[in-house]
Design a protein around this ligand. Structure first.
Ligand code: KIV
Length: 276
């Protein structure tokens, strides 16, 4: 069994092989995803919504993330494990960020930390990467900024916003990020970003041309009791079990069947997302 590393993901981008990713928050699901062949498991701070029942990710603490990461890491033998840095654990200074990122890696078993934001986070990303902590960026709909965005809305729909996002992607790459999650942005913009940067992009509501795809597990298994975002798909429809649903998701991402146009946003998007 060959472990997935940041180099594997980089090679997959070069080879044009789609990267599959799902969130997980506990040992049992992590074990299932790992054995199913998912390359990247993300302990998302979406756990604030789907595990804890909050209406945003803002209440999630570093202790929550360390706890769930530790549970997931026990089920992760092959997959690369990325873990979200929660709200207010990295924004104020690189020194604060590295203390919390260090906890996620040392106590939580993370292989990589994820943080939200563009240009403004470049110094922090550089600081972490220079000291040996791999970073995943997150651009577009950044749920920790929900109050600033005025809701969970598609981002990058006008020319200025789109140019800003493209610029941010270049800046994160230069700062040393290993991969970038692109959330809820027009498919054409995600395609353009993916074509212009050398690190893999992982899309969620960002169209089929990203280097990989990620979904929130509870959304794609139809377990979350609140409305799921339009860009998600319930893989339990007509599935005989959870393992079949996961296998079908992997197959559809690898073959380019998911996401379809119905899970993506056009340049001038009319729809707005309901949850992340
Ligand atoms: O928190 C999360 O689960 C995420 C994914 C939706 C990318 O950030």
């Amino acid at each position: 069994m060959k472990k997935i590393t940041v180099h594997t993901l980089q090679q997959m981008k070069q080879d044009g092989e789609k990267i599959t990713s799902l969130t997980a928050y506990d040992y049992s699901f992590a074990h299932l995803l790992d054995r199913s062949g998912i390359e990247l498991i993300l302990v998302g701070d979406s756990l604030g919504m789907v595990m804890q029942g909050h209406d945003s990710t803002l209440p999630v603490t570093i202790e929550d993330m360390v706890y769930h990461s530790r549970c997931v890491s026990r089920g992760c033998e092959r997959s690369l494990l990325a873990v979200d840095m929660p709200f207010m654990t990295y924004q104020d200074s690189p020194e604060h960020a590295i203390r919390n990122a260090g906890r996620l890696m040392q106590q939580g078993g993370a292989h990589m930390v994820k943080l939200e934001g563009g240009n403004v986070m470049a110094e922090t990303i550089h600081f972490l990467v220079q000291r040996g902590l791999p970073v995943c960026g997150h651009l577009g709909l950044t749920p920790q900024s929900v109050h600033q965005m005025g809701g969970y809305r598609v981002q990058g729909r006008n020319k200025d916003q789109a140019a800003q996002l493209l610029n941010d992607a270049h800046i994160l790459e230069q700062a040393g990020a290993s991969i970038i999650v692109l959330e809820a942005i027009p498919a054409e913009l995600a395609k353009s970003i993916t074509g212009q940067i050398n690190i893999p992009t992982i899309g969620i509501g960002a169209g089929k041309d990203c280097d990989g795809q990620v979904l929130v597990l509870q959304d794609m298994l139809g377990l979350y009791p609140q409305p799921s975002p339009r860009f998600s798909k319930n893989y339990m429809d007509n599935a005989s079990g959870i393992d079949t649903a996961i296998t079908r998701y992997i197959h559809e991402v690898k073959t380019g069947l998911f996401p379809g146009p119905e899970h993506s946003f056009p340049g001038i998007a009319k729809a707005k997302t309901t949850t992340t």
